[in-house]
Design a protein around this ligand. Structure first.
Ligand code: GDP
Ligand code: MG
Length: 717
């Protein structure tokens, strides 16, 4: 017999950890809501006939977020045989709120009481038998992280699925009578398999859940009437009455069964008292980020990457392939395509793999131990003052790996304005691909000035760009409004789990390598051809005019970027090809430099970059590439999440204008004030933009103005 088991529960309750342990698969385990925004399916390791579905984390079955809708539509339409409700035992009261709702769907339930290791460590006691009796569900105590008792969850789930016994928690008598009344008065509800579910949803006036019920006008009137009577009795609307009733039930059940152990501070509390401290939090965060980038880009970057690039791709592969091809009398152009094009372009990107791997390793550790969740919390506390929600920072922190999942995770944001705003700014962070460009610049343009500060500066520039944009956008009518409240379970700190950390790191590194072998390879070949074919369609080497198509394109568009300091044709072309994938910026320099004297290695790339850029134009180039329109994949994600062509264009337009303004200011001010060059007309334009930006950031928001106006009108009466 085949059985389908659905894992449902709050964000961060450990569903994905349990799913991985049961199915042996490699779902991403993250410490924040929004990591699993789509359901994932797998098969039980020990019995392939058992199908397991990992659902997005939800706090309730209301229709307010996309995850809630995904989860509840799955449960109602696909009807799994049994729900395993994963409950975080260390946060039991909040978690059980969902449990009381799940039973109404009409599917048997088993509670997997997870994180029992934490409960034990804290010295708390849970009377599981009694709690099970009160709730009416079987409970299995587990620790998904430590692999404790997880098979018993499946055994229990199977036996419950076989009996198909559904226990429904009743509300208090006074509330229950209204629900029963709806069940008996509305015929389509009474006949439905999900009778209870629809009755409650009608009472709560949840339109989405009841949309496909066939209700006559008379019945609709009856329901309205029932709700009105309840409202008179309780002084609250249907949804409020139900919510209140659930909470009362849970808190009395928890009071009866859970005994807190020591009331003192746990280890996590002690760590938090330092790292989330009002004054220390940000300096500690900054120090950690500096350290991570310093180690990744400068220590690992300097030695390993040099070796990989120069010895490995340059001498060993590039050199020997060239010798081999020349020995085999392969046409010179083909040799050049392979050595100067593919090996230089793709090799130039792959050469940075050690940096990316180290960076991802550190970020995964920070996330796995629970530190990154604190960052969202800390940033929330600060940025709320500016009208930004910490929820917006989760996509942005995820975007430090890759913007695509970052943009996708905006689905956790209920407020549509905040969600759109977050999609627009999520790609401002330096993702892995952009880290490639950063590494190239740290090793070249900024090497003389001890480039160690360059990478972290880009990271914080990303955060600053988010804040500035947030301030500007929030002042406009389309994005106005208070930030939504931000609730997030701060998980207990734990030692990094080697398998988790390595899995996350490897997933990202693999994606990076796959990209190098596909998109970047293709782009590199195209770039090589454009660079080797002259504008009169002959090979550059043999042509009258020695200007390649690539160079011609670059020169055509270069004037646009001259005010930003990088009107060099290769820099212009690199910026354009970077839209395919940001790594291609590096490959473009690789191909262009590789065709010069030295050969395909970082050395020539570094020399080339150092000859093209000053520190001012280098920083401006970097920031422009970091902040402007992201790669195709991320643009696709923006389109998908915006679900509107108009808003997609707005996002891309905003990113372009914003990047241009920032780079212009950075270059012009650095050029004049730091390098002591004379000011030009562009310097004054940059100054004007600076003033406008300050105005846009700090003017009174639209709403406040209107409110002030009406207040004046009121007092005038
Ligand atoms: P999901 O959001 O429900 O999918 O939760 P995840 O599986 O992503 O886990 C959230 C966090 O809780 C991760 O940091 C896990 O390592 C941690 N976690 C999961 N199960 C346990 C457990 O049994 N004990 C402890 N201490 N931590 C756990
Ligand atoms: Mg998950």
């Amino acid at each position: 017999m085949s059985i389908t088991i659905a894992l449902a529960g709050n964000p961060n309750s450990g569903k994905s950890t349990l799913f991985n342990a049961l199915t042996g698969s490699n779902q991403y385990v993250g410490n924040w809501p929004g990591v699993t925004v789509e359901k994932k399916e797998g098969k039980y390791k020990k019995d392939k006939s058992i199908k397991i579905t990992d659902l997005p984390g939800i706090y309730s079955l209301s229709p307010y977020t996309l995850e809630e809708v995904v989860s509840r539509e799955y449960l109602i339409n696909e009807k799994p045989d049994v729900i395993v409700n994963v409950v975080d035992a260390s946060n039991i009261e909040r978690n059980l709120y969902l449990s009381t709702q799940l039973s109404e769907i009409g599917i048997p339930i088993v509670i997997a009481l997870n994180m029992m290791d934490i409960v034990q460590k804290n010295g708390d006691k849970i009377d599981v038998n009694k709690l099970g009796r009160l709730l009416g569900y079987p409970i299995v105590e587990i620790s998904a992280l430590r692999n404790k008792n997880i098979d018993k969850v499946i055994e229990t789930a199977i036996s419950v699925a076989k009996t198909n016994h559904v226990h429904i928690n009743s509300f208090d008598e006074e509330v229950e009578k209204y629900i029963k009344e709806i069940e008996s008065q509305v015929s389509s509800v009474g006949m439905s398999e999900n009778r209870r579910w629809y009755a409650v949803k009608l009472f709560e006036e949840d339109e989405k859940a009841t949309a496909n019920l066939q209700i006559s006008d008379a019945e609709r009137k009856t329901v309205e009437d029932i709700i009105k009577r309840a409202q008179e009795e309780f002084g609250d609307d249907g949804e409020g009455i139900i919510t209140d009733n659930r909470y009362t039930f849970i808190s009395s059940a928890v009071a009866d069964t859970v005994k807190k152990g020591r009331s003192g501070m746990t280890t996590s509390d002690k760590i938090d008292s330092i790292v989330t401290n009002r004054f220390l939090a940000l300096p500690i965060f900054a120090a950690i980020i500096f350290l991570i980038y310093y180690v990744s880009v400068n220590i690992v970057g300097a030695d390993i990457t040099d070796w990989v690039n120069d010895e490995f791709f340059g001498e060993m592969i590039g050199g020997s392939v060239r010798a081999y091809l020349e020995g085999a009398s392969v046409a010179p152009w083909l040799t050049s395509l392979i050595v100067d094009g593919v090996i230089a372009g793709v090799g130039g990107v792959l050469g940075f793999t050690p940096i990316i791997a180290t960076l991802y390793l550190f970020l995964s550790i920070l996330e796995d131990i629970g530190y990154m969740s604190r960052i969202a919390f800390i940033l929330d506390r600060i940025f709320r003052k500016f009208g930004l929600s910490g929820k917006s920072f989760i996509p942005i922190l995820i975007g430090t790996g890759c913007s695509v999942p970052g943009i996708m995770s905006t689905r956790t944001i209920e407020n549509e304005n905040d969600r759109k705003m977050t999609i627009i700014v999520a790609s401002f962070m330096p993702c892995g691909a952009k880290t490639d460009i950063i590494a190239l610049f740290a090793a070249s343009v900024f090497a003389g000035a001890n480039g160690w500060w360059f990478a972290p500066v880009c990271y914080f520039a990303g955060i600053l760009a988010v804040v500035i944009s947030g301030l500007i956008l929030k002042k406009t009518k389309s994005f106005a409004g208070d930030p939504a409240p931000f609730v997030m379970e701060l998980p207990e700190y734990h030692m990094p789990l080697v398998s988790n950390v390595l899995r996350t790191t490897w997933d990202r590194v693999r994606a990076f390598i796959v990209k190098a072998g596909t998109v970047i390879l293709l782009a590199t070949i195209v770039i090589w051809f454009l660079q080797n074919i002259s504008t009169s369609f002959e090979f550059v080497e043999f042509s009258e005019d020695s200007s390649s198509i690539l160079e011609a394109i670059g020169r055509t568009f270069a004037p646009i970027f001259s005010p930003l300091g990088f009107g060099d044709w290769a820099a212009t072309v690199a910026t354009m090809t970077g839209l395919v994938a940001k790594e291609v910026v590096v490959s473009t320099f690789g191909v262009v430099a590789g065709l010069g004297e030295v050969g395909p290695d970082t050395d020539s790339m570094i020399k080339y970059a150092a000859s093209v850029f000053t520190m001012a134009s280098g920083l401006s180039f970097m920031l422009f590439n970091q902040l402007c329109i992201p790669c195709f994949a991320a643009v696709g994600a923006i389109r998908e999440e915006m679900r509107s062509a108009k808003w997609t264009w707005f996002a891309l337009g905003y990113q372009m204008v914003f990047a241009y303004s920032i780079s212009l200011m950075v270059f012009q001010f650095a050029n004049v004030f730091l390098l002591g060059n004379p000011a030009t007309a562009w310097t004054y334009i940059a100054g004007a933009i600076f003033v406008v930006m300050l105005y846009l950031m700090f003017r009174k928001p639209k709403e406040a103005k209107e409110m002030a106006k009406s207040a004046v009108a009121e007092s005038g009466k």
